[in-house]
Design a protein around this ligand. Structure first.
Ligand SMILES: Nc1nc2c(ncn2[C@@H]2O[C@H](COP(=O)(O)OP(=O)(O)O)[C@@H](O)[C@H]2O)c(=O)[nH]1
Ligand SMILES: [Mg+2]
Length: 189
């Protein structure tokens, strides 16, 4: 598959008809700052489709992008967020939990993005276990692989693969455009 077009549809904060439609939905989730927006931008080959962290105004919304006029990429706000005030953090966590675990929307696939250098965190594993109860198709993107030293690459990838066992792990760099082809193929697989 080639991504020929990508447009921002809307940012939503709750129930929306768009999620009840027939177009397949692929959800992107990950800790704040793992590079979720950057991964989406690298996939669609645009610099600013998904706004990166310098635009905090939109990070509290669920951003919906239409790809090839055929399917949606859904960019959820990040979890973890050490620097975010408690109140906002709770609100975001509530929204994520509602969307993923209580909304009964049907997702084709969930892309869980982690930081390749940091490796799987407790928050990441908690998210994985939650997702495993709800969706079958989970793909792990180990972003920022460019930050992993060549001498540590094999060991780090093995650690990540072991943590996520049955799920596919794609080594990725939004910055260096590593893994773009593989993730693109995975989207509608
Ligand atoms: N080295 C490196 N930095 C990255 C990569 N992807 C994202 N970043 C940086 O990580 C920071 C957070 O990125 P952003 O996409 O806003 O993360 P989000 O909060 O998960 O949406 C930014 O400073 C990016 O430039 C990558 O593949 N490699
Ligand atoms: Mg973001």
């Amino acid at each position: 598959m080639n991504i020929r077009s990508a447009t921002f549809v809307k940012g939503v904060i709750g129930t929306d008809d768009i999620f009840d439609g027939v177009r397949p939905q692929i959800v992107f989730i990950g800790r704040s700052n793992v590079g979720k927006s950057s991964v989406i931008n690298s996939l669609v080959n645009q610099k600013n489709l998904a706004r990166t962290s310098s635009f905090p105004g939109r990070t509290q919304e669920i951003n919906v992008f239409l790809i090839n006029k055929a399917f949606y990429l859904i960019d959820l706000p990040g979890y973890g967020f050490a620097k975010v005030p408690e109140k906002v953090r709770e609100k975001i966590q509530k929204m994520i939990n509602w969307f993923l675990f209580n909304s009964e929307y049907n997702f084709k696939k969930v892309i869980l993005i982690i930081d390749a250098k940091i490796g799987p965190t407790e928050d990441d594993m908690e998210m994985l276990y939650g997702l495993e109860k709800e969706v079958k198709d989970i793909v792990i993107v180990a972003n920022k692989i460019d930050k992993v030293k060549v001498t540590e690459y094999d060991k780090q990838m093995e650690k990540i693969k072991n943590a996520f066992n049955i799920h596919k792990v794609i080594p990725y760099s939004a910055e260096k455009k590593i893994g773009v082809g593989e993730l693109t193929e995975e989207l509608l697989n």
